[in-house]
Write a protein of this length. Sequence first.
Length: 96
Amino acid sequence: MLTSKQKKHLRSISHDVQPIFQVGKAGVNENMTKQIGEALEKREIIKVSILQNNFDDKNEVARQITEATDAHIVQVIGNTIILYKESVENKQIELP
């Protein structure tokens, strides 16, 4: 679990990160979570955008992704989810 200080640090890092995944009307599926997991291993922090044609609750979408990828939710703001997972091989971010 991330502390509030760590979340604040990760939010400041994620400011310049662009969303690389989009959740559409099909919702979250196994292939998407696999790709998100691989991206988290490479980058450690990513943004996922929820499209307007997805009628699922954004917090539920975030929960589904984090359960499937074992990541942490940094923030859900608007239709964007910020996710963090410490990389095993490509560690770049030092948490306070």
